[in-house]
Each structure stands twice: as C-alpha cells, then as structure tokens.
Design a protein around this ligand. Structure first.
Ligand SMILES: *Cc1c(COP(=O)(O)O)cnc(C)c1O
Length: 351
C-alpha cells in the first residue's frame, strides 16, 4: 500500500500555466499552440493538455505517436501534431489516430501520400538548423504536390540568443518557402522565437518552455510566471560538530557546530549533482544552503536559523533561470528530468 502523503511534492500552478499561454499568444499576436512532448516537459502531459484545452488552446505538439495517444482523448476540439513524423513502424498508429504527422523527409511524404491520400498533414522545412525537416530545395521541388498541408513549419536554431543574425535569416527563408508552398497555416516560433517579435508569429506559434515557467529570453522576464515548485520533507535533523564531514566523498567539512536537515530529494528526482555547492532550500525567509554532494535520494542542507524538525517541509529553490545559471543545466533539462517520485498537486484558481 502506498502512503497517502509522499515525502516529495511538486506543486503545480495551473493558473500560471494558462496565464503564460495567454501572454505568449498576446506577445506573438498569433494563436498559440502548446508543445507538450516529453510528458509536458516533465510536468504531466495530460494535466497540462487538459488545462490548456479548456483555456482554448487548439494545437498540441508531441514528439511521438505514443505521446499523441496519451493525450488524444483530451483534445476533442483541437489538433495534435507528431513532430517526429511517420516511420514505417508508425503507420498503423498514425492511420488509427486523429493526430497528424509532421512530414520531415521525402520518404515520409511518399509514405503519407500512398497510405493516406488527401488526409491532412503538417510539413517541416529546414531553414538552417539541420535537424528534422525537408530542405528548401526538396520542399519546393514539387515533392509536396497533392498533399493537404495544414501547418507548414520551420524551427529556429538560435532564438534564445540575444542577437543572432541567424534568426532573421531563417525567418526570411521561411517566409520565402511559405510563399511558394500552399498550406492552411504557417508556423515558425517556439517560446524564444515568440519573444523576438510579432513578425515571427505567422499564423501559429509553438511555445513549450515558457508555458512551464522557463524564461527563454529577457523579454519574457516579469511576464512568465513559475509553474512548478518543489517541496521536500525532512527525514532527519542532526547536529554536526566542527571537523565532521557530510555526505559521500566527505566533500563538506563543518567549520562550526551546525544543525543539518536530510531531505527526501536526490538526483533520481532530477535534482542533479550539479546543485552541489549551489543549491538552496528555504523555510519561510530563511535560506538553507545545500552541504555536501547530492545523493540519489537525499540531500543535506544547513538549517542555519530555520526553526524546523523532522517531518517538516522545506521548499527547494528551483527558479529555472537562476538554477540553470548556477548549475550549467538548461531550463529544459531542469524540467524534463523531474522524474516520477513526486506527489503532484495542481492548484487552479477559478478566474
Ligand atoms: C520542442 C519544440 C518546440 C517548443 O520549443 P520551446 O523552446 O520549448 O518553446 C517548438 N517547435 C518544435 C519543432 C519543437 O521541437
């Protein structure tokens, strides 16, 4: 039997999620879909999709057919696009699904034309990232004739860089291709691309990171609200004497008498070892710095003046932008690594 209260919590703010989505659409001056791949960036694809669909989001982007299947029942009015397209092995799932593939290669185009003539699809054109997608030449060669293309898209390589000439080059290249290929809608921008300016919005934007509280560029600061908070329970409080060490490798030596809390959180929960020497917990206004290494399931924090005991809870400092800077991990890695041992509590304020 699983205990009703787990010793580790993810507090998820559904109101912030929806507010972030609305701000992104406003900023783009275009309708916003949502990238919910990788289990909604680790926060739970179903929980995220349900909230955004209710708020009016009509386009959901996943990586694979398994991910499409997981949210299909929740997307009753909108569309699901599978970014990785259709392999031969995917065709039975694709034909049975309401989701549509994003065709990335000539073989995928041929496969879709043969198996599902007239059925809508999306198409990815590569404008310089050299990841997935048809080259501009392939896309304009007549290869796409006869397809019913809903969203023609491309993806920006450097949108989160402050001043990259690549963004304008990719935008121009995409606008050119989009003028030569017939589609219902055109889409270029991810979260960071939205922040560059409304001329990157086209007919649909595809934010992921910023929906979940990530700050892709300075323009988003102050507008994007955090969505996920971590709270970990104290399993033990101990007194450590000067000269004693804490944790694996004995990397931390106490220079004074300390009270230390051992928390139920570790690298198996996505709290990676890069937080050593950087991480902080918090009790009210009292900061409790991490001491020693991060274990698989445990960390130690200096309680300083925090008045807490075994069984109490501390909030872990997991502000994505500052945590990314401190650890060298990306905001994407911080979210998608969170793992399955959290008690997930969504909080939704009724508008
Ligand atoms: C993941 C992804 C997105 C969302 O990107 P963010 O940077 O998280 O906003 C948009 N488009 C494509 C093609 C993607 O793969």
């Amino acid at each position: 039997m699983i205990p009703e209260e787990l010793p580790l919590r993810l507090i998820l703010d559904g109101t912030a999620l929806v507010a972030n989505w609305r701000w992104l659409a406003h900023c783009a001056a275009a309708p916003a879909g949502a990238a919910v791949k990788a289990d909604g960036y680790g926060l739970g694809a179903g929980d995220v999709t349900r909230r955004l669909a209710e708020a009016g989001c009509r386009d959901f982007f996943v990586a694979t057919w398994a991910e499409a299947d997981a949210i299909e029942a929740l997307v009753t009015e909108g569309q699901i696009a599978v970014l990785h397209g259709v392999r031969e092995e995917d065709m039975p799932s694709a034909l049975a699904s309401r989701a549509r593939p994003v065709l990335n290669t000539p073989a995928m185009v041929a496969r879709w034309k043969a198996a599902a003539p007239g059925r809508p699809c999306d198409v990815m054109v590569d404008t310089g990232m050299n990841r997935l997608g048809l080259s501009v030449e392939e896309a304009c060669s007549g290869l796409l004739d006869g397809l019913r293309i809903d969203v023609l898209m491309s993806h920006l390589a450097c949108a989160d860089e402050v001043d990259s000439a690549m963004n304008a080059r990719q935008r121009a290249s995409f606008a050119d291709v989009a003028g030569r290929i017939r589609s219902e809608r055109r889409s270029l921008a991810n979260s960071a691309g939205i922040c560059i300016g409304a001329d990157y919005g086209f007919d649909l934007v595809r934010p992921g990171l910023a929906l979940y509280g990530g700050i892709p560029r300075a323009e988003a600061a102050g507008h994007i609200a955090p969505v996920a908070r971590i709270e970990a329970q104290i399993l033990q409080v101990r007194d450590v004497q000067p000269g004693q060490t804490i944790g694996y490798g004995a990397t931390f030596t106490a220079t004074r008498a300390m009270r230390v809390a051992i928390l139920n959180l570790g690298y198996a929960d996505g709290y990676l070892r890069a937080f050593a020497g950087q991480g902080k917990a918090r009790h009210g206004d009292v900061e409790c710095p991490l001491v020693g290494r991060v274990s698989m399931d445990l960390v130690a924090v200096d309680l300083a003046a925090a008045d807490v005991a075994e069984g109490d809870w501390l909030e872990i400092d997991y502000r994505l932008e500052t945590a990314a800077r401190a650890t060298g991990l990306s905001q994407y890695e911080l979210l998608t690594g969170l793992g399955s041992r959290y008690q997930r509590r969504w909080i939704d304020q009724r508008a």
